[in-house]
Every structure is written in C-alpha cells, then in structure tokens.
Design a protein around this ligand. Structure first.
Ligand code: GDP
Ligand code: MG
Length: 761
C-alpha cells in the first residue's frame, strides 16, 4: 500500500481533506501550535488503497517550531510515496513558499489546489494548467469542503512516478554554492541532496549540526544567506507562479494591489510611512496646525496672527473662573494659531475640568473644613486627578490614529517595509507591531511579542518596548516641554515632543543592536506574514477600542493615581511625628527628608542634588512615584506645586506646574531632557513590569530590570553632561567606540563565521 503525506500551511484545509479522504472525523480547525502530531488513515476510493498521513501545519521546512521538525523528519526520514501538498488557492503566494521547499526533496509531489470554491465565488480564476507547467508537478483543483476533485487528485497521486529528482527555484548568485553542496551530498550517497544543499546555504541549524557541514559551509557560503534565500523564493513565486492567477475583471490589479504598489514601494514606502507618522503626531500635538501661524508670520516680517488678547478680549483666568466663557471656549480652537484636533480636545476637557475643580474648591472652603482637609481635597485629590485626566484627549487621539492605521491593514505593510532595515540590527519586521503598540501601552505590546519565534529576539523587543513612549508618559513629555518653552524661551513644544519620541526610538535601536551583538544573540527568522487586504476600519469597532481605553484610563486615575496622590500629599504635608505642617514649611516633611536621601543618586543626571536649592529633590521623588504609574510624575508635580508656592494657580495641562518645578530647582534645559528620557527608558510602570515578568523566563526578567536601570541611567547622564558641557560628547564617543571594539573583538575571536550550530543553548 502506498503512503501519502498531507503537507501544507496551517488552516489550508489539511484536516478537512484528510477527513474527506479517509472518512474519519478528526477535529477541523486546528490552531497553530496545538496539533503537533501526525495522524494516519486509509483512502479506499481508488483502484488501490492508500495510507494517508496528516502532518502538522507548517509555513516552512526550517526547524524553528516542533511542527516543522516533525513534518521535515517525516518527509525526509520515512520517505512517503508522495507528498500531497495542499495549497490554499485564496492565498497562493504565501502557500507556495512551502511548495518551493518541498520541491527540493526527492519525494514525488502533487499539489492539491484547495478552496477553489472560494476562488470561484470571488470571481477570480486560476489557470491550473499554466500553474502545473510552471511548477513542473501535477496540480489538481479541489474543494475539500465540498468534496470536489478528490477522486482526480487521488488518481493522479497514485499514478505519480516512483522516483523524482528535486528541483529548486533558487538561481542566480546562489547557484554555484548550491550546486557544490548538492554534488557533495550526492557523492556521499545522501538522499534528497538538493534539499540538504539549500538548507545548508540557508545556515539551517539541523543541517549545520551534521558532521563536516561547518567546513563545507564556510567554503561555499559568504555569510548569512537566510534572508536572501527567502527573498529569492518569493521573487520567483511572484514572477512565475502567481501569473497563473487571474483577478476578476481580466487581469486587472485589485485596489489593494494598486495601493501596495505605492505604499510598499522599495524606495517610497519608507518616506511615506515617515510622513504618515509625522501627520499622526502633528494632528495630535500641534499648537500651530499646518503651520498657519508660522507661514503667516514669515510672510509678515515676524508678526504672528493675533491672539484673543491682542484683539482686546479678556481671557485671563480670574480667580479660577474665566471671565468670558464664550471667548475661553473659542480660545480652545484658536488663539493666535489654529490648534490640532488633539490640542482642541485637550483644551475643551481642561476648560470643563477647570470649572469642576473650581466648584469643588469653593464647596470645601464654604463648608468651613479644616486647613488640612481643604489642602487634601484641592491639592491632593482634585489636583492630582485632573492633572492626569487632562491628558486623556491626546492619548485617545494618538490611539485612534494608530488603531485606524492598524485596522486598514497598513501596519502589516509597514512591518514588511521595515523588515529589510530591522534585519540589519537583528530583528525581523514582525517586531515592528509590538513596538508601535508600545506607543499606546506597553502591556498588550509585550504580549504581542509572542509572534516572535526567536527567544532572544523576543527578550530584546520586550526590553525596548517601554522606550516607545506610552500614553501615560505623554503628560511628562508635554508638560515639561511646555514648562521648558515658558522658562527658556524655546520656540516649539511640538518640536521638543517629537524629538523626545524620536530619541526614545533611537535609544531602542541602539539598545537592540547592542543586545543582539552581546547577550541576546540569535538568528532572525525569515519574514513570513500574511498581508491582509486593505479595508475601511469599522466605526463601531474603533469606538469600542476607544471606549475601552477611556474606561481603563479613567479607572486608573481614580484608583492607582488617586491613592498615590493622596499618599504623596500625606507624605509632604506631615512631619515624622505625624503633625500637619501647613503649606509653607515643606522642607520638614517626610517626603522632603526621603527625597533628600535619594536625590544624590540622580546628581549625574542633573535632577538630583542642586547645591543649596531647597526643593532640589522634587524631581527625584517624582521619578520614584512614576514607578507605580507614569501619570504619577505629573500628579506629583501638581501636589507639590501647591506646597512650594502657596496660592499657586495651576493649569490642567501641567505646564505651569512643570515650569514652577523647573525654576524652583534650578534645572537646566539639558537636565529637563535628561529627566524626560530617564522616565521613558527606566523601569516602566508596575503593570508593565508584571507583564514582562509573566512573559519572560526568570533569569531574563531579572536581567531586564537591570537593563532598564542601567540604560536609563546612562541615557540620562549622557544627555545631561553633553547638554551642559558639549565637549563631554567626545568622552562619550570614546567610551562607545572602545566598548564597540571590545564587543567586536570578543565576538570575532570566539565565534567562527558559521556559528549557529549549538550556539543557541
Ligand atoms: P488545517 O489547519 O489545514 O487542518 O485546516 P482545516 O481542515 O482545519 O480547515 C481550516 C478551515 O478551512 C476550516 O474552517 C474549513 O472548513 C475550511 N476549508 C477547508 N477546505 C475548504 C474548501 O475547500 N473550501 C472552503 N470554502 N473552506 C474550506
Ligand atoms: Mg488540521
């Protein structure tokens, strides 16, 4: 009895076909990673019986997953009489990637072009004859679900020749190396010599583990060819196999295809993405939308557009209430410059929050509450919570834009574009999605790294995710940037904000390069990802996402942040002997004494001991409270502001508070930047730390905590020293070059050009 193995990608319909062939009722709908076993049955519908083996679903014959190892050893070791390669016809290119590898074995192959009912339904068609000619093995159109074409498939399978010589789609500059390796294996009497030759060129672990493979490989191959091989396979598939596909309407490109021509263009793809990213940030943060004011003032000799005040309206905040509500409302949209949607929403919310906190303040005072109670409510609770809630609009705006980009299918394209670049510093394009998610929140981003198959790549990615500044870090960024502009006369909050985001990303890139060259070495698996068709995102779905995010944020403000601010208020309002200090003598508070104790640690970063300055410790304390939740940093400022300057009139966007903190601690601009970057790169919030702990093995988790502390300390110190004494940049460069030299020497001295075998332990 002949034996046929069913091989194909996950969800291509293998089990459905297996059931149709053998009459068995195995569970249909397997999820990747669940079924790793092979299953046997007998086909009795033809002129002779045949044994059918259902192999686990795989994308490739590389040994990256248990499924791949099982399928590969079965095909090469048990030598079935034929492989029935099931190809999902609705997803031809991706499925044929595996086909090109199966063809390299010496086992006879027949292709079952499945889901043809779907293809027909969509109005497309596939020229099966042409495909068969191009591939060179029998191709039969079937529908496993509708049990169509099954008999023909099996008749032709049973008629397959007993032997076949492997063939490959790889050519060009890879040819000589492949041919040499093939001849070597053939002369050794190895079966499927071509398959082994190609895998050796790819630097495949299982292949390199064989005796003599290392030597042969270093003779014929010039470095890591895995990506080149994967590229070549796809190029061949789209040039020679995909041409059999006819889209509805006679070969016309679909809208998706046409959009992809531009959006995933080799050269334009990246600038387009950069432009989109810039637009997203601009619409969220810009205080001068489309640079109307900048353009206006440039063409008018420096005179900007008039503000409401210039026009003779009073918009000042008299004793907490706007004197002219109508003007205050209008000023949310325009005040000397048109605001972006993100800023408009922030202004509107802050207007409302301003009235609410004013009302609450009035209420407690008129109720004749004790001094400490008034302070607790106004400075501790209301101040802290509104400082945090005020940022919700911008967080949501940013989140909305990213959700839209993701839902349309564009983000998958970006991963594809970036794969080429990511590879250079040791990551696959797949790592892009978790990173971009990090702009929203590190928690789901860290969980999303499960799609990365290399453990070290995954660890490195989890570690840098917090460097993609999340929504909760946004307040730190904009408040301090605003404060800096007020104090140091810097021109643009927006520019500082972008630069901080960019600096975070640059830090991430450098950190990844360093990790992948030292402690987190490993291969970058080839990039295989389904590019979903573009579609317009569902409005309801988007709103649900936003609502979820809002609920989460508001809940956090009223729980963790509420408790933290009350605690901070308490610590800075009471002495060690539990007596209330009152507003003017904060230096005696518990918080002050603790702060003074820890502040020297941050001296090299510029926000620790400021000689002779009374409140030098507030930034150190804020950074510590940020370990619970990053929103606490600004909430802490808000609570402390009322103590440093009694009667201080805060703003809901935290800018005035930040300015007060900066001026009363004598921080330099460089120290402010160092503070922002320290918070961005240090140990993230409590919840993110717990997630990292759950996602990483214990040893790597401890290493991760150390990594965050060390990175943030180095980044903060470097920014502060270089910003204050520019020539120190040479010291930093010298240290960096020396460190890089040590790493390179170490790596080249100890590891041979082909190192992979056994290294990943
Ligand atoms: P496996 O992961 O390769 O074993 O795939 P399954 O056999 O579990 O099938 C995956 C999904 O594809 C199931 O929902 C099947 O019902 C569906 N499916 C399988 N074959 C066909 C087909 O020929 N036409 C259509 N329309 N759906 C199919
Ligand atoms: Mg299955």
């Amino acid at each position: 009895m002949k034996t046929f193995a069913l091989a194909g990608n996950p969800n291509c319909g293998k089990t459905t076909l297996f059931n149709a062939l053998t009459g068995s009722t195995a569970h249909v709908g397997n999820w990747p990673g669940v079924t790793v076993d092979k299953r046997q049955g007998v086909y009795k519908g033809g002129r002779e019986k045949a044994a059918i083996v259902d192999l686990p679903g795989i994308y490739s014959l590389s040994p990256y997953t248990p499924e791949e190892v099982i399928s590969r050893s079965y095909i090469l070791g048990e030598k079935p009489d034929g492989i029935i390669n099931i190809v999902d016809a609705t997803n031809l290119e991706r499925n044929l990637y595996l086909t090109t590898q199966l063809l390299e074995t010496d086992v006879p192959v027949i292709i079952a072009l499945n889901m043809m009912d779907e293809v027909e339904k969509s109005g497309d068609s596939i020229d099966v004859r042409a495909l068969e000619r191009a591939i060179g093995v029998p191709v039969v159109a079937i529908s496993a679900l509708r049990k169509k074409g099954i008999k023909e498939l099996m008749d032709r399978a049973l008629a397959l020749p007993a032997a076949r010589t492997g063939s490959t789609v790889l050519g060009g500059r890879l040819s000589p190396a492949i041919e040499r390796a093939r001849q070597y294996y053939a002369s050794e009497g190895e079966s499927s010599p071509l398959f082994h030759a190609v895998k050796l060129i790819e630097g495949d672990e299982m292949e390199l583990a064989r005796p003599g493979a290392d030597k042969l490989c270093s003779e014929i191959s010039d470095g890591d060819m895995m990506a080149a091989v994967a590229d070549e396979r796809y190029r061949y598939i789209s040039a020679h196999f995909s041409t059999a596909k006819r889209k509805k309407g006679g070969g016309e490109l679909t809208k998706s295809d046409r959009a992809d021509r531009v959006l995933t263009h080799k050269i334009w793809g990246l600038p387009i993405f950069a432009l989109i990213l810039f637009a997203v940030f601009h619409l969220t943060f810009a205080e001068d939308l489309f640079y109307i004011n900048a353009i206006y003032s440039a063409s008018n000799g420096g005179a900007g557009l008039p503000t409401f005040e210039d026009l003779g309206f009073a918009v000042s905040e008299g004793s907490g209430l706007y004197e002219n509500f109508g003007i205050a409302l209008a000023a949310c949209f325009y005040d000397g410059a048109a605001f972006s949607p993100g800023v408009i929403l922030t202004n509107l919310l802050n207007l409302v929050l301003g009235y609410i906190s004013y009302g609450i303040g009035l209420g407690v005072e008129s109720a004749g509450a004790a001094e400490w109670a008034v302070s607790l409510v106004n400075d501790g609770i209301v101040g802290g919570i509104t400082a945090v809630l005020g940022f919700l609009p911008q967080i949501l705006t940013l989140f909305l834009f990213f959700s839209v980009l993701e839902d349309t299918g564009y983000m998958a394209r970006v991963a594809f574009i970036l794969d080429r670049i990511f590879r250079r510093f040791g990551l696959s394009g797949r790592a892009f999605m978790p990173m971009i998610m990090g702009f929203g929140c590190s928690l789901p981003a860290m969980i999303n790294t499960r799609t990365l198959s290399d453990d070290n790549e995954r660890t490195a990615t989890i570690r840098v995710i917090p460097f993609f500044s999340c929504g909760a870090k946004l307040p730190i960024l904009t408040a301090i940037a605003g404060g800096m502009c007020n104090l140091f006369g810097l021109p643009s909050v927006e520019l500082i904000t972008y630069s901080m985001y960019a600096l975070g990303m640059v830090t991430a890139v450098i950190a990844v390069i360093v990790m992948r060259a030292t402690t987190m070495r490993g291969d970058v698996p080839p990039f295989i990802m389904e590019l979903p068709a573009y579609h317009i995102p569902g409005f309801k779905n988007l709103m649900l996402h936003l609502w979820d995010k809002t609920k989460h944020f508001v809940k956090k403000a009223f729980t963790i942040i509420f408790v933290s601010t009350v605690l901070i208020w308490f610590l800075q309002s009471f002495r060690w002997n539990w007596t209330y200090i009152g507003a003017d003598d904060m230096g005696q508070s518990i918080l002050a004494s603790v702060g003074q104790l820890i502040q020297p640690v941050f001296t090299p970063l510029g926000f620790g001991s400021q000689l002779g300055i009374e409140y030098g410790w507030v930034f150190a304390v804020a950074a510590i409270t940020g370990l619970i939740a990053k929103e606490n940093v600004i909430a802490t400022f808000s609570v402390l502001a009322a103590m440093i300057a009694p009667g201080f009139e805060g703003t809901e966007d935290g800018v005035a508070e930040a300015a007060l903190m900066i001026s009363s601690t004598g921080m330099t601009p460089a120290a402010c930047i160092a503070f922002i970057m320290f918070n961005m790169t240090t140990i993230p919030c409590f919840a993110a730390v717990a997630t990292a702990k759950a996602e990483l093995p214990a040893g790597k988790f401890r290493g991760t905590l150390v990594f965050w502390l060390v990175t943030s300390y180095i980044v903060g110190t470097a920014i502060y020293t270089v910003g204050n004494w520019w020539w120190t940049v040479f010291i930093w460069l010298a240290v960096a070059v020396a460190a890089a030299a040590v790493v390179v020497l170490h790596n080249t001295g100890r590891i041979k050009p082909f190192k992979r075998a056994g290294e990943r332990k």
